[in-house]
Ligand binder design. Structure first.
Ligand SMILES: Cc1cc2nc3c(=O)[nH]c(=O)nc-3n(C[C@H](O)[C@H](O)[C@H](O)COP(=O)(O)O)c2cc1C
Length: 274
């Protein structure tokens, strides 16, 4: 049940909702736009009809236009967005404190607003929101890796973890999680159209929004190797469903470092098609 409703007192019958509908199920009739019950199952649930209506006359899925922020006058400038993108940094030093739970909830909810193939929106964000839980998870992971090294069970090509575990055991330097107090793992059902891409989009969105809020992040390639190749049991400890693909993981928290300026990487590698 889509609950597609049009306020006929404000609708101007412009047809924008119908022409922008990706499923082409909105028909303009004598009483304005409508969706036939038989077509409801084909709706993408993308809410384009609500987003495009210039009069705020369309609601769908129980979402009212009055609950959605207008874009005009509310968008950051392109220069501001560029500074955000160029100023985003991988943060590898963290304060030993929890982020405010409301801030974590906001980060996760905004991250989840990114695009997903067919608008499936099936990315699961598994989060460690308490540094004590993270401490235990860190110790368990590094302890398991230490045992595997001792038992000569490290897969070939992953010898780097010998030094990583030694740094932890000898100096309490955490190269895998960078001492961060929080973790988010993005996973999605294997049956999704593009589970990995959907997860990476969610985490990219998370990273940028986090940067705008002064929250540091690190893409955790190391944890990906551990969960996919070295110690797959770890995903069970996080409760990641068995039928999910793990897209990627990201650690995050309040930085113990402050960057003053953007950096300048070389120009983009671009191939023009003639
Ligand atoms: C997929 C991916 C995996 C990464 N894995 C790690 C990691 O395991 N540990 C780490 O410290 N940084 C990791 N990074 C961060 C990169 O090293 C970092 O983005 C790069 O050095 C550029 O620095 P910047 O992000 O501050 O611009 C990863 C980045 C990406 C995109």
């Amino acid at each position: 049940m889509l609950n597609f409703k049009v306020d006929t007192s404000t609708c101007i019958n412009c047809g924008l909702c119908a022409s922008d509908c990706p499923a082409k199920i909105i028909m303009m009739g004598d009483n304005g736009p409508a969706i036939a019950t038989a077509d409801e199952g084909r709706c993408y649930r993308c809410q384009h009809c609500l987003a495009i209506c210039p009069k705020g006359a369309v609601s769908i899925l129980g979402v009212l236009p009055s609950a959605c922020a207008p874009l005009e006058g509310n968008l950051p400038s392109a220069d501001q967005v560029e500074i955000l993108i160029r100023g985003r940094r991988t943060v590898r030093r963290y304060q030993d404190e929890n982020l405010d739970p409301a801030l974590i909830a906001r980060l996760l909810n905004v991250a989840w607003q990114g695009a997903s193939a067919r608008n499936e929106r099936k990315v699961l964000l598994t989060v460690i929101d308490d540094r004590k839980v993270m401490e235990a998870f860190r110790a368990e992971t590094l302890g398991a890796l230490a045992r595997m090294i001792r038992d000569n069970k490290l897969p070939p090509g992953r010898e780097r973890f010998i030094d990583i575990v030694a740094a932890w055991e000898n100096k309490k330097i955490d190269i895998i999680f960078r001492g961060a107090p929080h973790l988010v793992v993005a996973s999605a059902p294997k049956t999704c159209a593009t589970p990995e891409a959907d997860c990476l989009i969610a985490l990219t969105t998370f990273e940028l929004f986090a940067s705008s809020l002064g929250v540091g992040t690190v893409w955790s390639g190391m944890l990906q190797w551990v969960m996919l190749e070295i110690w797959p049991a770890l995903r069970g400890k996080l409760g990641i469903p068995e039928d999910h693909v793990i897209g990627f993981s990201m650690v995050f928290g309040k930085p113990a470092v402050k960057y003053t300026r953007t950096v300048r990487h070389e120009p983009a590698w671009i191939a023009r098609v003639h």
